[in-house]
Design a protein around this ligand. Structure first.
Ligand code: GSH
Length: 207
């Protein structure tokens, strides 16, 4: 059984989408960040940096934090959504890492400076708008020649990117003029596991 500790957030959505795609049993424990649930002693034993998502696989005893590592673990465990063919596997992992190292941190800063920060700093707002639009453009170009991030193969790289792109859609960080990225987004949004994955953390109770 997979024990998942998460909330409704871009990094959290990735894992509920993945578990819904895999159709494997899991328990969802809702971590309320505003209550500081992610800073308790027990939670820090699972996720030492105090962030969601984190999973514990009771079958193997393995605990994994960092959304990309969790996606990879679940893919390895089930043999799904990460090909064993080296070229496809590397294409998947490179876009998975692009998400963790480039897209997600840049969008996180953009959300902070554009929406959360009381003191609006023009230079910071413009910098993160420019860098996120540059990332959208790179993804758009790739998707103009490929159905998914790993070519013709739907994979964990798509799930990782969707978590953040969905938040962009919700908070109106527009990307629909990047027509290939928008086509890909709409295609994923129709998947049953994706619609369920982005609503589930809201419904969970407990923790
Ligand atoms: N790189 C991490 C980022 C995790 C992260 O920042 N999670 C946020 C929610 S999306 C969080 O737990 N925030 C709580 C906090 O900052 O105290 C991942 O991909 O899992």
């Amino acid at each position: 059984m997979i024990e998942l500790y998460t909330t409704a957030s871009p990094n959290g959505f990735k894992i509920t989408i993945m578990l819904e795609e895999l159709q494997i049993p899991y328990n969802l424990h809702h971590i309320k960040i505003s209550n500081g649930d992610n800073k308790t002693e027990d939670f820090l034993k699972l996720s030492p940096h105090g962030r969601i998502p984190v999973i514990k696989d009771t079958e193997t005893g393995i605990v994994v934090f960092e959304s990309a590592a969790i996606l990879q673990y679940l893919a390895e465990k089930t043999g799904k959504l990460l090909s064993n063919k080296l070229a496809i596997r590397m294409q998947t992992l490179q876009w998975l890492m692009f998400n963790s190292a480039t897209l997600a941190p840049l969008l996180g800063q953009r959300v902070n400076f554009e929406l959360f920060e009381d003191n609006k700093i023009d230079a910071a707002i413009q910098r993160y708008q420019k860098l996120t639009v540059e990332a959208f453009s790179t993804m758009n170009k790739h998707l103009s020649e490929n159905s998914y991030f790993a070519g013709e193969h739907y994979s964990i790289a798509d799930i990782a990117a969707f978590g953040w792109l969905h938040i962009c859609e919700v908070i109106d960080f527009k990307f629909n003029h990047f027509t290939h990225l928008w086509r890909w987004y709409q295609q994923l949004a129709k998947r049953k596991a994706v619609t369920k994955g982005i609503t589930l953390p809201n419904k969970a109770t407990g923790a």
